[in-house]
Ligand binder design. Structure first.
Ligand code: SAH
Length: 239
């Protein structure tokens, strides 16, 4: 099927109807990224094995979420600048954090720190209900546009301080925070359903932080695990 589609080349009408992963020239780079950086054991990393996560990482066109000058580096094993002092996380970290959340189709998930929109797109490959909040307005607006352009228009985007979660939303099955906070925001714990998980880097800004996995128990208490050292841009508070 795939070779038939590729053999027909890039006729405009056909290309428009092709799923992205078959139509773009970076597909091989993306598959290699998943095989070499994410699904295999590298020093100090556990391989990501969740097939839904691996498939999402193989599908989302990461090169469309980086600045034009970084397109050639989009699939390398590192974070990249996205402007306003912020970064798109390293591919492995995106995959590992997504796996930790145990997202399944049908889950309603919230991301704090939209940035480029990449992590939100990865989540949107796994479930239909994705919400994301960004505090830096130009980044939030650009990400919202990009997500629509790339077919992820179902992702709900908001510009604002994510500390308080999504306004008036009852509860989420998972919350993923992609900026380093000094503490776990209680309003975010409040927005977790019983049994739901939050993944959040906690620690001082511009230093190594601990990636915390937080699970809300049926009785409302939380259990936390330290999943290892990470380095994220700071969680900032809007006014
Ligand atoms: N998830 C992003 C990476 C973002 S970097 C991606 O896939 O590209 C972290 C982002 O968190 C930055 O864009 C930063 O502006 C944002 N951020 C920091 N503090 C925030 C807050 N209080 N509320 C919402 N977003 C915040």
């Amino acid at each position: 099927m795939r070779s038939w589609l590729l053999a027909l080349g890039a006729g405009a009408a056909l290309a428009a109807s092709l799923p992205l992963q078959q139509a773009d020239e970076y597909r091989d780079a993306r598959l290699l990224m998943v095989r070499q950086q994410i699904a295999s054991r590298l020093a100090g990393r556990n391989p990501v094995t969740d097939t839904a996560v691996l498939r999402a990482m193989e599908t989302v066109p990461r090169h469309r979420f980086v600045r034009p000058g970084d397109v050639k580096r989009a699939y390398s094993d590192r974070p990249l600048p996205i402007g306003h002092g912020q970064t798109i996380s390293q591919p492995y970290i995106v995959a590992a954090m997504t796996e930790m959340m145990h997202v399944v189709r049908g889950d309603v998930v919230l991301e704090i720190g939209t940035g480029s929109g990449y992590q939100a797109a990865v989540l949107a490959e796994i479930t239909d209900s994705v919400y994301t909040i960004e505090v830096v307005e130009p980044l939030g607006r650009a990400a919202a546009r990009r997500l629509v352009e790339l077919g992820y228009g179902r992702v709900r985007t908001l510009v604002g301080d994510g500390y308080f979660g999504w306004p008036d939303h009852p509860r989420f099955d998972g919350i993923l925070v992609t900026a380093a906070a000094s503490h776990i925001p209680p309003p975010l714990v409040e927005q977790l359903k019983p049994g739901a998980r939050m993944v959040i880097p906690v620690g001082a800004p511009f230093q190594v932080q601990s990636l915390m996995l937080v699970e809300k128990q049926r009785d409302g208490s939380v259990i936390q695990w330290n999943m290892g050292a990470v380095r994220f841009v700071p969680f900032t508070r809007g006014d």
